[in-house]
Design a protein around this ligand. Structure first.
Ligand code: F6P
Length: 495
């Protein structure tokens, strides 16, 4: 189906419906510009680009947390009305929910980021960490539940009296929301999409019983629960089988909850590659190119681009590179590892310490191997989108060694943008692995020896093989667009 047909189809399916999307981070974030004026800036994350198509074709209301101080000012100025975005030529509504600092900390840092993120990415070190203590229970009761209720109330308000709005809830921040919405709008059509892995039921059992019960009950209050991959969808079905009394039909991929049949589906998120290419050919990226090439110093460029998160396995990535240098001396002076890393979740001590750990690892590597004409690792810790796009155009090898990763959009962006038939080394535990498998060099993210050999193999790969793999991957990414992703989900709930 052509892009325009897909947009039309989305439009047709949603045209007489009230359509509401909800996520913790919204499509815009208000900030004060240098001239002192508050303006909306595009929200961070792949979700925004993937849903942009729908924003053009449907009258959507997006409900999100008010994150900046300016977000709150805008909400207060609007006096309860939604914000029209973009202000000069509005195509959709945004409702931002002001949440007190302490409540937000409990909901976002303690529960969403430390408990749910860590458990769903298998990041707990259970012999020593974490202790589920009074603080965790309190954060659940006085943070996570409270914010999920606020989202539900705002969504009901956004429905404006429509008894059966179409509601798409996003991610692990909003697991309880559907249940609260159902109490008020029993006829609503609700879908929830989890953008991170869904872990095995035994691992989930480590969570306090009432929390996992509320999560599963919350999700099963939807008409459809979706994930990026078949594996995560199956883990969810098994969790329902083992942790609830509901009938699960694996063949049908459904869970029978009283009179309702809940569909469990999987739809890998895509990137808006046309928009990405347009961004990558802009002036800002052009002017970053010389900087990026300077970082690589005329050597072969091994690249990684990541949000600084434990799931990305960044420190072990440097260990892999160290082993590669130890084992393959012939590459000394000929390769530079360019690591472009985005600070993230700085409200948590754990994340701040992780930055120190990886900086230390890089310092040691550079101390040990640097010569007068070669620095083996160049590290940049900043949020610099243009720099990242310039690097994606230019890498020779892209390393994605996530421990677990819901999807991993960097691997897809690299496949869509790179101009050198660059090779991608990809963790078997990244969601994108299912789609890119044929083109990548697969690695086990814990296996240092395999990772080191993979870098050598990638650098030695002949031009024909690189070209063949690069075109397979580019074709994969381009043949499944962000609009396909959205349409597939809408067809699950409005067949
Ligand atoms: O990977 C899922 C995801 O929700 C991404 O969309 C986003 O990059 C990240 O997790 C959440 O990051 P943050 O905590 O900065 O909102």
């Amino acid at each position: 189906m052509k892009q325009v047909d897909r947009s039309e189809k989305i439009h047709q399916l949603l045209k007489d419906r009230t359509f509401i999307v909800a996520s913790n981070r919204g499509p815009v974030e208000f900030r004060t510009d240098e001239d002192g004026i508050i303006r909306p800036h595009r929200g961070a994350g792949g979700l925004v680009s993937a849903l942009e198509g729908a924003l053009q074709t449907a009258q959507v209301t997006w409900v999100a947390s008010a994150i900046t101080a300016e977000d709150e000012i805008m909400v207060n100025n609007a006096g309860g009305d939604p914000l029209r975005i973009p202000p000069e030529d509005p195509t959709y509504n945004v409702r931002l929910i002001p949440i007190g600092d302490r409540t937000y900390h409990r909901y976002y840092n303690v529960i969403s980021n430390l408990l749910l993120w860590f458990i769903q990415h298998y990041l707990w070190d259970i012999p020593i960490w974490p202790d589920i203590d009074e603080g965790t229970h309190h954060a659940w009761q006085e943070g996570y539940r409270v914010v999920n209720r606020s989202f539900a109330e705002e969504i009901v308000r956004a429905a404006g009296g429509d008894e059966a709005p179409v509601i798409m809830l996003q991610d692990y921040h909003l697991y309880l929301c559907a249940r609260y919405i159902r109490d008020k709008l029993p006829e609503a059509v609700i879908q929830h999409f989890t953008h991170i892995p869904w872990c095995q039921p035994d691992y989930l059992r480590l969570m306090p019983r009432y929390m996992k019960d509320e999560i599963i009950e919350g999700l099963l209050s939807c008409d459809c629960v979706s994930f990026h991959t078949d594996k995560y969808a199956r883990s969810f079905l098994w969790s329902c089988m083992e942790l609830t009394g509901y009938d699960v039909d694996l063949a049908d991929s459904t869970v029978q909850v009283g009179p309702r049949k809940v569909l469990v589906s999987h739809h890998p998120i895509s990137i808006d590659w046309r928009q990405l290419q347009e961004n990558a050919s802009g002036e800002a990226v052009e002017s970053e190119k010389p900087n990026v090439l300077r970082m690589a110093g005329g050597k072969r460029m091994l690249l990684r681009i990541d949000r600084i998160d434990f799931s990305k396995n960044i420190v072990r990535g440097f260990k892999v590179y160290r082993r590669f240098l130890d084992k393959y001396h012939e590459w000394w002076g000929k390769v530079v590892f360019v690591a472009l890393l985005y600070p993230s979740r700085l409200g948590l001590v754990k994340y701040r310490k992780y930055i120190e750990t990886l900086e230390h690892e890089v310092e040691e590597l550079n101390d040990e191997f640097s010569t007068r004409s070669w620095q083996p690792v160049v590290l940049s810790v900043e949020d610099n989108y243009s720099q990242s796009l310039a690097a994606l155009l230019e890498y020779d090898v892209l390393l994605v060694n996530s421990l677990f990763d819901g999807m991993n959009l960097v691997s897809k962006e690299g496949a869509a943008l790179n101009t050198r038939n660059g090779v991608i080394i990809l963790s078997e535990n990244a969601g994108s692995f299912d789609e890119l498998e044929e083109g990548v060099i697969p690695i086990n993210p814990l296996d240092i020896e395999e990772g080191a050999d993979a870098i050598n193999t990638a650098l030695l790969m002949d031009a024909g093989d690189r070209k063949r793999r690069a075109s397979i991957m580019a074709e994969k990414v381009r043949s499944h667009t962000a609009e396909d992703w959205l349409l597939d989900q809408i067809e699950d709930i409005l067949p």
